[in-house]
Design a protein around this ligand. Sequence first.
Ligand code: 4NP
Length: 172
Amino acid sequence: MPDLGALTATPAQPVRVLMVCLGNICRSPSAQGVLEQRLQQAGLQRCVHVDSAGTGDYHIGKPPDERAQQHAARRGIDLSRQRARQLGRRDFDDFDLVLVMDEANERDASALCPPGQRHKLRRLTDFCTRHSASAVPDPYYGGAAGFEAALDLIEDACDGLLAALRPATAGC
Ligand code: 4NP
């Protein structure tokens, strides 16, 4: 499990996690919703702040893709209040962890990342414990199975991430 080092959460200064994909309408809103659900269930919602963004600008201001909303809703996760926004350089100052879904996201996010902040950039799948995967594949151009597979990986990774955040949230 990746070591989250010296992160320390308090209600006044929660750990800040940003989920990043390409469009910010399928994978990263789903990851935000899943992590928020896990935090709520663990009573840690005031200790970890979650947001999401896309490397692309195609869908700024739009709600998550209807399919992503439907598949998430079947797992008890509501994405309807989220709106897409684009990743910016400032996000690397504002967040403690910037978690990308795939290689293209990593390349695009890296290009925006100031040199001193590279340690914040990780693949979400680094936190998987039940699946062996190095990316959450883009479900946008596929069917229902792609959305289910993405959610399976995202749920696994968010459970692992919550476990990795336990030391940081222990005193919160
Ligand atoms: P996401 O999926 O990166 O998981 O939000 C995509 C959504 C839209 C597009 C690509 C990927 N698009 O090309 O419009």
